[in-house]
Design a protein around this ligand. Structure first.
Ligand SMILES: *Cc1c(COP(=O)(O)O)cnc(C)c1O
Length: 353
């Protein structure tokens, strides 16, 4: 079976070997305050910064999931009034999470076939823009927010803390780190690792603001995490196995610029072939489409049929999500999936068009 599910998705095959290596090194039995763990943590953070082009002065934290990041951010930056800009299910979930924990949240929804309107953004209630929350790669409907748009949002809200959910793009495409203050992602998507860990990457400004707010009521409050990370440690016993695997995968992977080019080129050609064969992407305009996830639209019975047929042939297609559950299937274009596997899937889809 080859999984094209957009998360959890295909894990790098080398992970099998790395898991055995983790057993052999003894790291899995080390205390998380031990020098062995600190070395691993420090080395992994260094590698992440190098391979993903993350600015040296940004801080990286190990968390458990993107969902946990929603909660950490809602609690740690609580008094900040936030506007959540989104067009799909994950952006909305984040907004609802914040709303539940802290009423100071406002939604700014935009249609999936349009770009974010900077004009409308300018009319936002300015008291709600202390934090701006964005989902630059909306996994549920396979849209993206372009780098150019991210830049415009940054320019428009110079003083705001900009927070981003990049769960299905971190490690798949290159990100413009200066265009936002907080970036988080779980590792079971473009990083090709087993689920159960997330990374949160913060600008110096994000750290300063958290320290200034000084919210310290939770085991995973930012203030407590910052204090521990000064020594490359965590507030609780972290997912040491996954940190080890991340380290190994980062050593093995190409620099993000190269991976990003491959991701984008492969998505382009996959879309072209599928469209030529009569498949209709959910998102009509190429510039709005995600580089890492493709959603194909059709009537519900045809979607069910193609998913069933694919499964028989050994391909797992992603179900639709949220509003698009019945009428779309999704294909992950994540780096752990090989070109050959994409070709096999495209050939299957061509035959069954
Ligand atoms: C998958 C996904 C999540 C949820 O990730 P968890 O690891 O289950 O918390 C959140 N946001 C986006 C954009 C996602 O793609």
């Amino acid at each position: 079976m080859i999984s094209f599910y957009p998360g959890p998705s295909k894990v790098y095959p080398q992970v099998k070997e790395y898991m055995m290596e983790a057993m052999d090194t003894g790291i899995l039995s080390c205390n998380h305050r031990s020098p062995e763990f600190v070395d691993l943590s420090k080395e992994t953070i260094k590698l992440l910064k190098k391979k993903l082009d993350i600015p040296k002065n940004y801080t990286i934290f190990f968390l458990s999931s993107a969902t946990e990041c929603w909660e950490v951010l809602s609690e740690s930056y609580k008094p900040l009034f936030s506007t959540h800009i989104y067009n799909g299910a994950f952006g909305e979930k984040w907004y609802l999470n914040k709303k539940k924990l802290d009423a100071n949240a406002m939604a700014f929804e935009y249609p999936i076939h349009r770009e974010i309107s900077v004009n409308k953004l300018s009319k936002l209630n300015s008291s709600y823009t202390e934090a701006i929350c964005l989902t630059p790669n909306e996994t549920s409907n396979a849209t993206k927010v372009s780098k150019n748009m991210m830049h415009k949002v940054r320019q428009r809200f110079k003083k705001s803390l900009i927070m981003t959910d990049v769960t299905s793009s971190l490690g798949g495409v290159d990100l413009d780190w200066l265009s936002a203050d907080i970036w988080y992602a779980s590792v079971q998507k473009c990083l090709g690792l087993p689920a159960g860990m997330a990374l949160m990457i913060c600008s110096p400004r994000a750290i300063e603001k958290a320290l200034e707010l000084n919210e310290n009521k939770h085991y995973n409050s930012m203030v407590a995490m910052i204090k521990q990370m000064e020594r490359f440690q965590t507030t609780h016993t972290p997912n040491v196995l996954n940190i080890f695997l991340l380290n190994k995968v980062m050593q093995m992977r190409d620099p993000i610029k190269r991976i990003s080019n491959q991701t984008k080129t492969r998505m382009q050609s996959m879309q072209n072939v599928l469209q030529k064969n009569g498949y209709e992407p959910l998102i009509p305009y190429t510039r709005l489409r995600s580089d890492t996830v493709l959603a194909i639209k059709d009537n519900a019975s045809r979607i069910t049929e193609i998913k069933k047929k694919a499964k028989k042939e050994g391909f797992v297609l992603g179900n639709g999500y949220g509003d698009w559950k019945e009428n779309t299937f999704r294909i992950a274009n994540f780096p752990a999936i090989t070109n050959d596997e994409i070709t096999q899937l495209v050939d299957f889809l061509k035959l069954n068009a």
